[in-house]
Each structure stands twice: as C-alpha cells, then as structure tokens.
Design a protein around this ligand. Structure first.
Ligand SMILES: [Zn+2]
Length: 208
C-alpha cells in the first residue's frame, strides 16, 4: 500500500535495491544483496544489525525492510533515516534511540519501549503500536496516520504537528503531552486519557 509521499522516500531514504534472488521483488537488506526472506542466516544478520545500530557510528540511512528484531535490545541505537517498513520490533527496547526521519510504515512495534526516543519527522503510518511506550519521546512532525495505537503511552511526549488521522488511539495515554498543532482527524480516542495535555491540538470528527 502506498502511504507516504514519494518525495519523502527519494529525499530521505536509501534507494531500495532489489534482492538478487531470481524473480524476488523485495528490497535487499543493508549490504547483503538479499531480502530478509532469502537471507539464510537470519540470527547472524539480526545480531550484526543490533551491534551496528548500537555502535558509536550507528546504522544511518540503511534499508532494513521486513527484518525481525523482536525483543532486541536497541537502547540508545542510532537508526535515523533508515527504512524499517514492515519490520517486526515487538517488545524491542528502543529507549533513548535516535529514530529521526525513520521510515517504519506498517512496522510492528507492539509492546516496544520508545521512552525518551527521538522520532522527529518519522513515519509510523499503519504501524501496529499496541501498548507501545512513547513516554517523554520527542515525536514532533511524526506521521501516525492509520496506525493502531491502542493502549499506547504518550505521557509527556512532544507531539507538535504529529498526525493521527484515522489512527486508533483507544485507551492511549496523552497525559502531560505537548499536542500543539497535533492533528486528530477521524481518530478513535475511546477511553483515551487526554487529561492535562498542553497546546492546542486540532480535533476533527474524533470518535470518542
Ligand atoms: Zn528475496
């Protein structure tokens, strides 16, 4: 599904090189020449990705489409400008991670911890973020369009101009969050905690 502006992809993201396996149209992961499905040692690659992302230089602007990093310890990792679309990051520890301009369209971040992470201009459109923790995160200008954010925790997060159109934020917590110019359009906010937020969000056809 096309969800983001193509201009965003061409300006910010690494070019997607196709997997070298015959007739495979999936993008190749990082420097392997193969997609996640065709790479024969996924555990070894997973460890290499985690080591590089948490190293001093980080893993900037790399294609990691569809990788399985479930439960990985990526605290403080540097993954800005990388493409984690459709990746599995369930229960991953991304506390304090650098995720600016990250592409994570359709990624699974269920129960992951992104507390204190930086997510400026990231795209989490259609991402699955059930019970994901964004506490104190710097998540300004983020695209959460169509994302599932049921029970997500945005306590004290900075959400200036982030877009939640069509997202399901049922039971999510926005306590103390900065919602200046955040856009909630046809967003589900049933049982969401909107107490004591700051700023003036745009509320349009919200579903309570
Ligand atoms: Zn392939």
């Amino acid at each position: 599904m096309k969800f983001c502006l193509d201009t965003l992809k061409t300006e910010c993201l690494p070019p997607r090189v196709p997997c070298r396996e015959a007739n495979c149209t999936n993008p190749a992961i990082w420097d392997t020449g193969l997609c996640w499905q065709h790479y024969s040692h996924p555990e070894e690659l997973r460890q290499r990705i985690v080591a590089a992302a948490t190293s001093k230089s980080g893993l900037l602007g790399v294609c990691l489409v569809g990788v399985d990093l479930a439960g990985a310890d990526l605290a403080g990792a540097q993954l800005s400008y990388s493409d984690l679309s459709h990746a599995c990051l369930q229960r991953a520890n991304l506390r304090g991670a650098h995720l600016d301009h990250l592409m994570a369209e359709g990624a699974d971040l269920s129960d992951a911890d992104l507390s204190d992470a930086s997510l400026l201009f990231a795209c989490l459109g259609l991402a699955r973020c059930g019970k994901t923790r964004f506490t104190n995160a710097k998540a300004e200008n983020v695209n959460f369009v169509g994302a599932s954010l049921v029970g997500a925790d945005f306590s004290n997060a900075k959400l200036f101009y982030s877009r939640f159109a069509g997202a399901d934020c049922s039971g999510a917590c926005f306590r103390g969050a900065d919602l200046e110019r955040a856009i909630f359009r046809a967003t589900r906010l049933r049982d969401a905690d909107m107490s004591a937020y700051q700023g003036r969000p745009i509320m349009d056809r919200v579903i309570w």
